[in-house]
Design a protein around this ligand. Structure first.
Ligand SMILES: C[S@@+](CC[C@H](N)C(=O)[O-])C[C@H]1O[C@@H](n2cnc3c(N)ncnc32)[C@H](O)[C@@H]1O
Length: 221
């Protein structure tokens, strides 16, 4: 998979893709991640990429030309162009799985007051990562890239992602490690029994119990 991230602030990504599982996925050539500063595509004499909104109002708005030209230079038949915007469809694990099947993602990070409405016309999809407003699309791009890359074949153990929260509309079951007793709190006996059938039953029940209590909306699905 290739992920191209269009941003005015590529330095914000420093570190994020240079550690842990995402770094390993890059090193193993499971994914190529490119940070592209769309300011390099502006035709404005003063290198501008934004301007004041028509009709007045606060803030600066990203102009269409640099983003149109940048996307044009990257797009191919298998590209999925995604605009990051608070009014987009809410991102979730199902969308992460679906994006993990794509060959090429182009993520457009807005900034300032937002972007010229005409930029939507070149996008295949619009995504929000939650009902709150961030200063830019960079953190949403990091969240989406991270959640998608870990689902690519060979990046993490498939058993591990299969049991993750939101798969089968359930939250994950509780997990424990050593020591057996910590500050008076004991590991449930069944996990020490060595009986794999019983352990699987216990985990399934705990998963359902936890989902009922914390996210009953998932069970309705
Ligand atoms: C300050 S926000 C603009 C908010 C815009 N005025 C609005 O109310 O919808 C600047 C940029 O950050 C990104 N952004 C902010 N919150 C986001 C969210 N929850 N999900 C995805 N992108 C977001 C978008 O790219 C947006 O254009």
């Amino acid at each position: 998979m290739r992920i191209d991230i269009l941003t005015l602030f590529p330095n914000m990504f420093k570190g994020v893709f240079e550690e842990s599982i995402i770094k390993r996925a890059i090193d193993l050539n499971k994914v190529e991640i490119n940070l592209i500063n769309f300011r390099e595509f502006t035709k404005d004499a003063h290198n501008k990429v934004d301007d004041t909104p028509y009709g007045g109002g606060a803030g600066m708005v990203l102009m269409p030309q640099p983003i149109f030209d940048c996307v044009k230079s990257l797009r191919n038949d298998s590209s999925k162009v995604i605009l990051l915007t608070p009014d987009g469809g809410l991102f979730n694990q199902e969308k992460a799985y679906s994006l993990a099947k794509e060959k090429h993602l182009i993520l457009i990070c807005g900034h300032y007051e937002g972007f010229d409405e005409r930029i939507r016309s070149i996008c295949d999809m619009e995504i929000s990562i939650g009902d709150y407003v961030l200063t830019g699309g960079e953190i949403p791009a990091m969240a989406i890239a991270d959640s998608v890359v870990r689902l690519l074949p060979g990046v993490i153990n498939e058993d591990s992602s299969n049991n993750d929260s939101f798969n089968h509309n359930l939250l994950d079951y509780p997990t424990y490690t050593k020591p057996r007793v910590y500050e008076g709190m004991e590991v449930p006996e069944v996990l020490l029994s060595g009986d794999h059938k019983k352990i699987a039953e216990y985990r399934k029940n705990e998963s359902i119990k936890r989902t009922k209590k914390r996210r009953p909306d998932l069970l309705k699905k």
